[in-house]
Design a protein around this ligand. Structure first.
Ligand code: EPU
Length: 420
């Protein structure tokens, strides 16, 4: 039996909250550390279960892992014993597929089940497979697994991603840096995590041009040296906490963050009437005398409005005056959680899997509910904090995948939340 969060809503929120290292960077840094036989150091590692799962996957491949501090790791992949990944753990996280790049580059072979992760849509891997085929990989697919193999070295290729894919771009970059010849990845993801990964790879000796743009040009090298990965602040945590401050009308300072990674969010929040003070590494939410107004959004790949922040923004709009349309074209399953918000008192019309209309403002009542995925899960915690009375949120573990020690950090800023 898993644990549940017990939350007493309507407490006074305020003070300071610190942002941890970005989940969607650190998981890829761990994969990248397999590209070299030398030591890689990873700093500002968040203590979340997705990192634990990735480390278990690496450990089972014979990779040396040493914890050198509370948030630092030393990785040494002198030898990689298995090219078949542990199926049970691989199915738990989407990022397991990113190991395909380094494994093909170092071992010429990789066997993986269909990767797991949040159930927010179909989440296919066809772009990865087509990209690898262009690099000379043979793909054998059975009901339960994919077998990828290359005779000799991977070869550089010209790849166009039909849709922008974060893990797709990352896996192909990680394969291309050690391939023979040049690779071009067009319509590549420009997320800060992707750009930072590329910059770290360049310091290891990789040749990548166009970093931070949608066209990456990689000239393969024969060897990479050890690396240093300083995990960038989690921009989704930053956005989550900023909206938490705003919806509670709190004076809340979010520290250790990079506000520059969230320009679209700040713009929308400002349009809705929120008052925020943006510093170099801090964001402060200022209490308001009047309500926010409803402002519509459409999610988009970076630098657009992040799909991972859509659930929290949708909740924020239930507290705003007026109507807002939330359009999330990226995944098919990211708006169904609004049904649970309706059970708590929201007035949200689900138009289709990609669109909902929020009519605000509404009051929430505490309920016994269940967390469906990381981002909808944190949204339900935030909804419970706004609600009258007690809420119980089952499946608490799913939130631990992306948010470190969430109940302790929320208690520090005034929330009444306990895990049982
Ligand atoms: N897609 C395909 N074929 C592919 C790959 C992707 O059709 O081979 C489609 C997807 O179905 C989706 C779109 O392309 O419609 C974009 O998906 P993408 O590949 O960018 O998503 P992802 O790499 O699987 C990462 C993050 C997600 C985040 C998305 C979008 C990791 C481990 N996960 O997923 O993070 O929502 O990018 O920014 O990096 C989360 O942290 O809660 C989370 C779900």
């Amino acid at each position: 039996m898993g644990s549940s969060f017990f939350i007493q809503g309507r407490q006074k929120i305020g003070g300071e909250i610190f942002v941890r290292g970005g989940k969607n960077f650190v998981l890829k840094a761990l994969a990248a550390s397999l590209l070299t036989e030398d030591v890689c150091l990873i700093k500002n590692v968040p203590q979340i279960t997705d990192v634990e799962v990735m480390l278990k996957l690496l450990g089972k491949m014979g990779v040396g892992i040493e914890k050198t501090g509370k948030r630092s790791l030393k990785i040494k992949a002198e030898e990689i014993k298995n090219f078949e990944i542990d199926f049970e753990d691989a199915r738990k996280i989407r990022a397991s597929i990113v190991l395909s790049g380094p494994l093909l580059a170092r071992k010429g072979k990789f066997i993986i089940p269909h990767p797991g992760g949040d159930v927010i849509g179909k989440r296919p891997i066809d772009f990865f497979l087509r990209g690898f085929e262009k690099m000379g990989v043979t793909v054998k697919r059975t009901d339960s697994k994919y077998e990828l193999e290359t005779k000799g070295k991977l070869k550089g290729a010209k790849i166009f991603l039909p849709k922008i894919s974060v893990t797709g771009t990352e896996a192909l970059v990680l394969a291309a840096v050690l391939a023979k010849g040049d690779t071009v990845i067009d319509n590549a993801a420009m997320e800060p995590e992707v750009a930072h990964l590329c910059k770290c790879l360049v310091k290891m000796g990789a040749k990548i041009r166009g970093i931070g743009t949608n066209s990456l040009k990689i000239s393969g090298v024969t060897k990479l040296k050890g690396g240093f990965f300083k995990t960038i602040p989690d921009r989704i945590e930053t956005g989550t906490f900023a909206m938490l401050g705003i919806m509670n009308n709190a004076d809340l300072t979010i520290k250790n963050c990079n506000p520059g990674h969230l320009e679209t969010l700040w713009d929308k929040l400002e349009e809705a009437g929120a008052k925020i003070e943006i510093g170099e590494n801090t964001v402060r939410t200022i209490p308001l005398k009047k309500r926010l107004k409803g402002v519509s959004i459409q999610t988009h790949e970076y630098p657009g409005f992040a799909t991972d922040l859509q659930p929290i923004y949708t909740l924020l709009m239930t507290q705003a005056e007026g109507v807002s349309l939330i359009h999330d074209p990226i995944f098919e399953g990211r708006l169904f959680f609004t049904d649970t918000l309706n059970r708590m008192g929201a007035d949200i019309v689900i138009c289709d899997p990609h669109r909902v209309v929020v009519n605000g403002p509404t009051n929430f009542l505490g309920k016994h509910i269940e967390s469906p995925d990381i981002r909808a899960g944190i949204t339900l915690i935030l909804a419970a904090m706004l609600a009258k009375g007690e809420s119980i949120i089952d499946n608490a573990e799913i939130i631990d995948r992306g948010y470190e020690n969430i109940e302790k950090r929320l208690r520090k800023i005034g929330a009444a939340i306990e895990r049982r």
